[in-house]
Structures are given as structure tokens and as C-alpha cells.
Design a protein around this ligand. Structure first.
Ligand code: CMP
Length: 139
């Protein structure tokens, strides 16, 4: 077990539907400490840079349109095994597959408009944290 930091984004669908408070409450109930937070309105280009690893996927254009469609809340969360733990609290990418009680089961609309993002590993977390919070310490 080690203390880690991870990047989450409460996506435009969840901000639009006024689920920010409920989702932050689930982060806090899950034991995460909020280290930083920024309400952002991504440009298409900034969304494309963030999801660059998915650039060849068929959903890339639609995903980056969606992510730049309205305000989103980017946050750095800290806790024991924060990267894996956040992914458990979020649930599967596709809400139809997500376990009961997870954020995506409760608040996601579909596999694309899925309420939250969470880093999928230590290297991604380092890239994603610095993408939104340049200069912040990673641990
Ligand atoms: P996220 O965890 O932010 O990482 C990549 C995102 O791409 C994912 O959540 C979804 O929003 C989106 N995504 C993943 N798979 C699909 C898919 N098959 N169709 C549409 N969007 C997807």
C-alpha cells in the first residue's frame, strides 16, 4: 500500500446534470483527500491533447467534442492506492457493466458520457495531473 495521487475529471454531462456535489461526496466518503480542483472549459484542442492515446479510436472525435462541450471539474485526489481505488469507486467505463453503488452506475448516461474520468496507471496519472495542474508535486 502506498499513498498516491490521481487525476479525476467530473465530466460535462455530470456537471450539466448537477451531480458535482454527489460525486465529490462519494470521493470524500471513499477516503480521498482533495489536493487541487479547477473548473475548466476545455477547448477541443486541449481535450484532444488529454486523450491523445485514444486518437486512433473511432470514438475520438465524438469524445473530444463532448469533453469540450461544457464546464468540467478537474481534481487531484490523494489516498492509499488512489489510482486503483478511484477506478473501483468509479466503476466500469460502460455504466451498463458498472457495479451497483459506483459513480458510473449512479450517474453515467452511456459509455461515452460516463460522468467521470480517472487515471488508469501511475504514468498516466503523472501526465494527467501535470496537464491540468502544472507544477504540482506528484506525491
Ligand atoms: P475515460 O475513462 O475518460 O477514458 C476514455 C474515454 O473514452 C472513456 O472514459 C469514455 O468517455 C470514452 N469511451 C471509451 N470507450 C468508448 C466507446 N466504445 N465509445 C464511446 N466512448 C468511449
Amino acid at each position: 500500500m502506498s499513498v498516491e495521487r490521481t487525476l479525476t475529471i467530473i465530466k460535462p454531462d455530470a456537471v450539466q446534470a448537477s451531480h458535482v456535489g454527489d460525486i465529490v461526496k462519494m470521493f470524500e466518503a471513499g477516503g480521498f483527500k482533495i489536493i487541487a480542483a479547477r473548473l475548466v472549459r476545455l477547448t477541443k484542442r486541449k481535450a484532444e491533447g488529454f486523450y491523445a492515446v485514444h486518437r486512433a479510436r473511432p470514438f475520438f472525435e465524438s469524445l473530444t467534442e463532448f469533453m469540450s462541450s461544457g464546464p468540467a471539474l478537474a481534481m487531484v485526489l490523494e489516498g492509499e492506492n488512489a489510482i486503483a481505488h478511484l477506478r473501483e469507486v468509479m466503476g466500469s467505463t460502460d455504466p451498463a457493466q458498472a457495479a451497483a453503488g459506483t459513480i458510473r452506475k449512479l450517474y453515467a448516461q452511456n459509455i461515452e458520457r460516463n460522468a467521470v474520468h480517472g487515471s488508469d496507471g501511475p504514468e498516466t496519472a503523472a501526465f494527467e495531473i501535470s496537464y491540468f495542474f502544472p507544477g504540482i508535486e506528484l506525491t
